[in-house]
Design a protein around this ligand. Structure first.
Ligand code: NAP
Length: 520
């Protein structure tokens, strides 16, 4: 494969120096390198702003939507190649690779469809015109207009296709050019998606760029109209938040970070029931899909004391039966974690969790002599309130069982102890408890997923971020918000209240469909 190139200022460019080695996580064979050293990030952002932004704003929402549809088709046309790359570079099983690639095209297609219903205006209205004094002649109207900057998308390694395209869909539809900075370990997959985007010719010049390799001084060139949407660890988020691009220049920053997502088993759910089986299926899937390297994966499993034995026995048996190995072998159900660094982090995390409880299955040992393999690991907490279970995000196939009393107030307190999550799932067939608990969990959770016998056959599972629902969570999860249908566009748009003579305001802005009306 050689060295990955970046696409900046409308051309593919190679970075200097050896860069970072890209490694097959199943075999540890070298696959190439990524370097962005010496690339002019300032010029790339200027080009995107001046050439790409202008061209995109000249297109209607509908035309931008048509471009998203063309991107979905272009990426889908390379689906097989992308799946193969993902297996080699990310160590994903075929199913997990499809999850990433199809998530990307599905999200682009969803936004393309919504765009077709949007107004022909270059702005959106937010609510009706408001009379501001005694006279109806003086009114105010909230508008949403595209910011005049670049959408800088700094993504984590775990979803090189989906993570890139879900952010891109909202930014492009809002009218902002995109500069993608993928996580380096899987940048080859992101770069292949980029090739499909560029080769499609669907976007105007300057509307799309990708920087493969280190961020370097990228943020130094971020200005007040730019938007940085970051997905990654809390540690990196802390560094970003303190950067003068945000502190001094007021650029907009959206953070999607760590999350200790919980699955709560209701006290009413009996072992052997449909809701119990659904809960077990979902927990096992959320722990092992993408080798647990999913921001929405379940990390904390809250089980009423009376059911701990049955849950631990069933989960331990199920997880021990997951065949781990090179995903090129179709009989393997879980691949490695993505890098040597990830493996070391996961092993350290398992040790820290296990020191406050007992291992029910799995453990910190590396599996085999080559590749970054660990077994699915379940820890049973000695004390559900021990801080380590609410502080340590082990980004791998690892979860902790936290025994709780069965009192909903305790479940809410345990979930809140995680400091903010992307998603919290509750499994119960009780007619009132789940909805009551949802109101307690919602302030701490970007999504609340209510599982039970009556929806068992229809649910998507808590880990699936859907384009129509918001993705993001409060506090520790970063405090950001993406997707949620057309809500996802507001990150890239400026809300401005225009005040003046009613006929002028209503004549110019009154006929447009508001974002609320256009919401899917
Ligand atoms: P990471 O190490 O924080 O890196 C994330 C991104 O930030 C990468 O592109 C990285 O580039 C870049 N980066 C690192 N330092 C930077 C700096 N000083 N300035 C600008 N960019 C910088 O996270 P990761 O290991 O890729 O991903 C795992 C983490 O992501 C987990 O904690 C997981 O929970 C979180 N995650 C959250 C979500 C969500 O939606 N909430 C989704 C997926 C993952 P390099 O790769 O080149 O270092």
């Amino acid at each position: 494969m050689g060295a990955l190139e970046s696409y900046l200022e409308g051309r593919w460019q190679a970075g200097q120096g050896p860069g970072t080695a890209l490694v097959d996580p199943s075999t540890e064979e070298g696959l190439g390198s990524a370097s962005a050293a010496g690339l002019d990030r300032g010029a790339a952002l200027r080009y995107a702003r001046e050439v790409g932004g202008k061209a995109l704003r000249a297109l209607s929402f509908e035309r931008r939507g048509a471009a998203l549809k063309a991107l979905a088709s272009a990426i889908h046309a390379r689906r097989e190649a992308l799946i193969e790359l993902s297996i080699a570079h990310a160590g994903t099983t075929r199913g997990d690779a499809k999850f990433d690639v199809d998530g990307a095209t599905g999200t682009l297609a969803a936004y393309a469809a919504w765009a077709a219903e949007m107004p022909a205006t270059p702005f959106l209205t937010d609510g009706p015109a408001l009379q501001l004094g005694r006279s109806p002649r003086f009114v105010g109207q909230h508008l949403l207009v595209p910011r005049r900057g670049v959408a800088v998308h700094i993504n984590a390694f775990n979803f090189p296709a989906w993570g890139q395209c879900e952010k891109l869909a909202c930014a492009i539809l809002a009218g902002l050019p995109v500069l993608e900075k993928p996580g380096t370990p899987t940048a080859a997959v992101a770069a292949a998606v980029a090739r499909a985007i560029v080769d499609s010719g669907a976007l105007p010049a300057g509307a799309y760029s990708i920087l493969c390799g280190e961020a370097g001084d990228l943020l130094e060139h971020v200005g007040p109209q730019d938007v940085v949407a970051f997905t990654g660890s809390s540690a990196t988020a802390r560094t970003l938040r303190a950067h003068r691009a945000f502190v001094e220049h007021g650029a907009r920053l959206n953070v999607e970070a760590d999350s200790l997502n919980a699955a709560v088993l209701g006290a009413d759910v009996q072992p052997g029931s449909e809701a119990f089986d659904l809960f077990l299926r979902d927990v096992q899937k959320e722990m092992t899909q993408k080798s647990g390297q999913k921001c929405t994966a379940t990390r904390r499993v809250l089980v009423p004391q009376a059911s701990v034995g049955a849950v631990v026995e069933a989960l331990a048996e199920g997880l021990a039966g997951v065949k781990v190995g090179d995903p090129r072998d179709d009989s393997n159900r879980m691949g490695p974690v993505t890098s040597a660094g990830q493996l070391a982090d996961v092993q350290g995390g398992i040790r820290r969790l296990a020191s406050a409880g007992r291992l029910a299955t799995g453990g910190p040992d590396r599996l085999g002599s080559r590749g970054f393999f660990v077994r699915p690991t379940l820890v049973v907490a000695a004390d559900a309130h021990a801080p380590v279970f609410h502080a340590e995000e082990v980004f791998g196939p690892v979860a902790s069982v936290l025994p709780w009393s069965g009192d909903a107030a305790e479940a809410a307190a345990l979930v809140a102890a995680g400091g903010g999550s992307l998603v919290t799932a509750v499994y119960s067939d009780d007619r009132r408890m789940p909805a009551e608990l949802a109101l307690e969990l919602a302030p701490w959770s970007g999504r609340v997923y209510l599982g039970g016998a009556r929806m068992a056959e229809h649910g998507t599972g808590p880990g699936l971020a859907l384009p129509s629902l918001v993705h993001g969570g409060p506090g520790r999860a970063g405090g950001g918000e993406e997707l949620g249908g057309l809500r996802g566009l507001s990150l890239y748009m400026q809300r401005s209240a225009v005040q003046g003579f009613s006929a002028l305001i209503e004549g110019a802005f009154g006929g447009a469909t508001g974002v609320a009306a256009a919401r899917p």
